[in-house]
Design a protein around this ligand. Structure first.
Ligand code: AHG
Ligand code: MN
Ligand code: MN
Length: 335
């Protein structure tokens, strides 16, 4: 089999679709290189002294793991000097990170969840990195948080790396979704799946069932129908999976179909759901739509939501189109 590297793929995409100018290619390659470094740290585990807590809290009030902090640093350092970015933003930083004056300023803005699935780090279960790329608004001066307040439909690229039995990079620049596997010996990303498409027929769902008693009625109804299986209205049995790393759950859905849900619930109305719009839901929604699936917050297409703050949370329903449409229709019937 002829091996196609990430660089070759990006160059070919540019020739085909004119969608990846040199600066964006540099950006993607730098992010991919940073993910390679994170993957290397993840693989070392206790031997690299990367497990356990950093004993600090991030802006969301979550205790940071050492690897959350390390991965954030790796991404910041890798992306600062290339001249391709104007600013960055991260789950692990309260405010945006403008590119320091000593480096040239580029036209893109990068957002990331440096380490997704933190609760799985110490138990050797798949984790990942999620990223989203926006263009800086025309005529932008010194970047501010307001410049990042763009709907997900404005993303020019989105992707994630999953650090599992294999390290993979899943990427879209708006012309389908492609998957690269890290060749650990060669240190290179090799194209291993072209044009990933989410299978429509599915018998799998992913949700944290321990929150069931807090869910709103439309989610209760939808999940109860799945649980009723072949004797219920769906007339087939469903299986459940919950990895607690969104990257790993989404990666399974891209390959095997299904639906992923992290709904809002009755507990804290100031906190609609758990996942963050700008660097978790938006990039995943772009990938899922590009792979023929759908993503909503129960009512609205995720990519159409106008953001109002960097760390805002959003309910998430994504995956196979018909399933997302069904649970979304149950929300519409409710109002
Ligand atoms: P993060 O580690 O970046 O904070 O994200 C974890 C998220 C997501 O990856 C996962 O789907 C979800 O939290 C798991 O939540 P529960 O702990 O409620 O299962
Ligand atoms: Mn996350
Ligand atoms: Mn994270």
């Amino acid at each position: 089999m002829k091996r196609v590297s990430l660089t070759q793929h990006l160059v070919e995409e540019q020739r085909l679709h004119n969608s990846i100018p040199a600066e964006l290619r540099l950006l993607i390659e730098v992010v991919a290189r940073a993910c390679k470094t994170i993957s290397h740290s993840v693989g070392k585990g206790a031997l690299g002294d990367i497990l356990g807590s950093a004993d600090t809290e991030n802006i969301q009030g979550e205790v940071q793991k050492k690897l959350d902090v390390i991965s954030n640093e790796i991404l910041l350092e890798a992306n600062e000097w290339g001249g391709h970015l104007a600013a960055m933003a991260s789950e692990e930083m309260e405010s945006i990170h403008p590119i320091p004056n000593r480096y040239p300023m580029g036209e893109y803005m990068l957002l990331f969840d440096p380490l997704d699935g933190s609760s799985n780090i110490d138990v050797n279960v798949s984790i990942g990195t999620i990223f989203s790329v926006l263009k800086a608004p025309e005529g932008m001066g010194a970047p501010t948080e307001a410049d990042f307040m763009q709907a997900g439909s404005m993303q020019v690229a989105a992707g994630y790396a999953v650090y599992g039995p294999q390290t993979m990079l899943v990427l879209t620049t708006g012309n389908g979704v492609n998957c690269f596997t890290l060749d650990r010996e060669m240190g290179s990303w090799v194209l291993t799946q072209r044009h990933m498409m989410i299978p429509e027929a599915t018998k799998e769902f992913a949700i944290n069932m321990s929150n069931q008693r807090h869910w709103h009625a439309p989610v209760q109804r939808y999940v109860n129908e799945l649980l009723a299986g072949s004797t219920g209205p769906r007339e087939k049995d469903f299986n459940m999976r919950w990895i607690a790393s969104m990257v790993a759950d989404v990666h399974r859905i891209l390959n095997r179909g299904g639906i992923f849900m992290y709904p809002a619930d009755t507990r804290d109305t100031s906190m609609p759901g758990k996942l963050r719009l700008m660097y978790e839901a938006n990039p995943m929604a772009m990938i899922v739509e590009q792979a023929g699936g759908a993503a909503t917050d129960g009512r609205t297409r995720i990519l159409d939501i106008a953001p109002h703050k960097l760390h805002q949370r959003v309910p998430v329903f994504l995956g196979s189109k018909a399933e997302v449409a069904l649970v979304t229709s149950y929300h519409a019937e409710q109002c």
